[in-house]
Design a protein around this ligand. Sequence first.
Ligand code: COA
Length: 316
Amino acid sequence: MNQITSKIAGTGSALPKTILTNKELETLVDTSDAWIQERTGIKERRIAKNQENTSDLAIAAAQKALKNANLSANDIDFIIVATFTPDSIMPNTACLVQAALHADHAVCFDLNAACSGFLFALQTAHAYICSGLARHILIIGSENISKTLNWNDRKTCILFGDGAGAVVLSISDSSKHALLDFETGSDGTRSNVLTLSGFQKSFLQMDGQEVFKFAVRKVPEIILTLTQRNHLCPEEIDWYFLHQANARILTSVAKRLSLPLDKFPSNLSSYGNTSAASIPILLDEYHNSHKLLPGQKIILSGFGGGLTWGSCLISW
Ligand code: COA
């Protein structure tokens, strides 16, 4: 009998309909479409309507992921929502998703690790499945960041967008189709670099250059740790799904690893930085367009406030 492990069985995503372009931002703050595109790679982002909550996006993404996995809500043992912008402190957003889906058997909780939230939730769910506590887990990265932004602060408001991405993680007995390994970490001594002291009561604040330096140093480091531990070289990885924070971070990581940029999918130009949602949204786009082939090696990598970071090696 093979060892029990976990695999991604389905993906889904949901984005608000409203588009906010760089040109429109020019009317709000002292910025330009050219500056934003050159410094970040972002052209536009999606913005949730006033009454559109993190849970609404999460529910829509989760429904698609369940359908894609050919499972019903009744099959789900846990729902984990990775978010730093929950609808409310209590109840948690995962419980709101459960109620909407009628996932009556699920245990539901939120997990906050900012832009690393999806990776941390994936590792948590993987551990539940490997320990025999669960067979199917719904993991959703969902954010409503626009409501936390100071729309007079050009250093932050141009970067972020709203959205949700979901995966169903299911039990697997084959390492050919499985999550293979994780490398995760945190450094709370650098918590001041990216902050939001109280959701709906304060604004997101960021030392952009510090975050940038942290990302371009830490991401290649954890990717190399993960590949070396699994006797792979970076070239043998087919795809690197990095958190979508800034196109220059993707370019810099690719350069430091001496890899072609076309191994690094990106949708930054359309959605900006959607924090915990960015990796599952991108994964869903690639899965849906049949770009991911069975057996391909994939690395997911998240990094962000906390500071936090995490990578996962997958055999698709
Ligand atoms: N439009 C026009 N000018 C802007 C601007 C904007 N939106 N934002 C900043 N500037 C100006 C600055 O005021 C500064 O002007 P000065 O030289 O007259 O003081 C100049 O552009 C350069 O600012 P700087 O902060 O050095 O720019 P940068 O190249 O570091 O780019 C970020 C800023 C925020 C785009 C970049 O640091 C970044 O992406 N960091 C990572 C952020 C991130 O990923 N956060 C989430 C992590 S999960």
